[in-house]
Write a protein that binds this ligand. Sequence first.
Ligand SMILES: NC(=O)c1ccc[n+]([C@@H]2O[C@H](COP(=O)([O-])OP(=O)(O)OC[C@H]3O[C@@H](n4cnc5c(N)ncnc54)[C@H](OP(=O)(O)O)[C@@H]3O)[C@@H](O)[C@H]2O)c1
Length: 257
Amino acid sequence: MTAAPAATNRIAVVTGASSGIGAATARQLAAAGYRVVLTARRKDRIEAVAAEINAAGHQATAYALDVTDRAAVEEFATAFPTIGVLVNNAGGALGADPVATGDPADWRQMYETNVIGTLNLTQTLLPALTASGDGTVVIVSSTAGHGAYEGGGGYVAAKNGARVLAETLRLEIVGQPVRVIEIAPGMVRTEEFATTRFGGDEEKAAKVYAGVADPLVADDVAEAITWTVTRPSHVNIDLLVVRPRAQASNTKVHREL
Ligand SMILES: NC(=O)c1ccc[n+]([C@@H]2O[C@H](COP(=O)([O-])OP(=O)(O)OC[C@H]3O[C@@H](n4cnc5c(N)ncnc54)[C@H](OP(=O)(O)O)[C@@H]3O)[C@@H](O)[C@H]2O)c1
């Protein structure tokens, strides 16, 4: 049996770590012994989370990064000759319009962030993950990547792209010391996800979770990510679908209204 990856002194890069699932994942990986590098566009937010992690006696640094900016990502990657873990979490949804009227700009931006952003980080850090002799790439997709729903078109398309990226990469690098893990969360109540989706409209955002007794929270998903990453090196959790009990599918949610 292969030993579990030694977490101490290993570096874990987390994208989208300024809020929600990414911030929670950074906290939990740091608590598991990783030196966490938090990235997102909002520097003040990642610096605050990193400071909190360091104050708790763990190790974290912050690096402002837009995952869609290829040149910036390439420059970021040069700082890391070797890393243990990359969590591709940056992403999200924009709009909930039907295909007939959806805004192509929203579709394009969702593809850029959820797919090309993941591609940018994964491509540029793959040599460092391989060099570690025991690397792990996590891709946070969504249950949207596993089934369509009305009004989900652009997000479903983008998250299917992220899912296929994970599947393809796993096939292509088999034999190399890098695992590829896909985490597909269902409904997670994070501070910003739904608000961002509806362009800041808090009323519309609240309706997403209306009457749902217990949606997942960021820590639930972070715990799932941390569990997969800390399995022994030879164990590759290909896909973990995590939903709240009240959500049986993307279109079947129990609401107590
Ligand atoms: N909440 C849910 O119900 C749910 C369900 C399934 C999957 N997911 C997925 O889980 C991930 C995290 O979602 P969340 O709920 O935690 O949402 P969130 O709180 O809105 O977090 C999204 C994160 O992505 C970052 N981000 C967005 N665009 C970026 C860019 N171009 N470059 C770098 N960072 C960028 C944001 O930081 P900055 O704005 O500071 O850059 C933020 O930290 C997303 O991929 C989302 O699609 C969420």
